[in-house]
Ligand binder design. Sequence first.
Ligand SMILES: C[S@@+](CC[C@H](N)C(=O)[O-])C[C@H]1O[C@@H](n2cnc3c(N)ncnc32)[C@H](O)[C@@H]1O
Length: 242
Amino acid sequence: MARWWNQTGGLGYHFIAWSQRRSWQSFRAQLNDILTQEVPLTPRLVIIGASGGYTLCSSWLQKFPSLEVIDPDPLAPGFFRRQHPKIKVRWSRQNYLVHQGGTWNWQGLDQLHSQYPDATFLFANLIGQLPLVIKTPALDNPENWRQWRECWWKFFAQTQWISIHDLFSAAQPPTHVSALQIGGVCAEEFVQGLYGAQATEVTDHLTYDLFPTSVRRHRLLWPLTRERCHVVEVALPAQAGK
Ligand SMILES: C[S@@+](CC[C@H](N)C(=O)[O-])C[C@H]1O[C@@H](n2cnc3c(N)ncnc32)[C@H](O)[C@@H]1O
């Protein structure tokens, strides 16, 4: 598949971002309040899965003296420049995480860490997309998923990081928004709390239990399109300063 058209971004995503820019304003503002208040400023930020940076604010990005951006989408740098004309970034199109054939690169996170040893890593709405992309070993096999989680935990323990990721998505927004911050003991309970008895088909992005229980979490609704609403989580290490 051409890189400018992929399941997690590419041309389709740029079009959605442009056409939905007004309906994303509230999500963007809430997200950037969290980033501004909770993410410690470090000399170098590495954004993985930046695309055009449509959900990020220039005012927050410009606080970092050095910005590196990683996204294999060849259209992303042009759209990012348009969205953030005053922000200087260095681009890399290297795909650290997924091999060409769609398999997970088990060494990818270590490679990322050794390439940028002193950086803070921002996974910008990427981790919840990976289950759509990774073909073998499929993450809906619980054993493969557990190994995948171990790989992330090792990375989380060694680095400064933040992740913005999809938890669930559905054709309708949740009916019980108050359940967003409460959570549930398991994914099923959380989904039940959000959607109640509503007969809604919910896509599980396999991230609900991915992060250590100690992390700080904020949950937001992202009206991706009129037909699709995502429940998004911002997770960051408990010890991250303010
Ligand atoms: C949902 S979009 C990100 C949204 C973006 N952060 C924003 O603010 O608009 C996901 C992005 O991840 C990128 N992506 C997919 N696989 C990736 C990988 N292995 N490494 C880095 N980026 C990847 C896609 O090309 C796509 O641009």
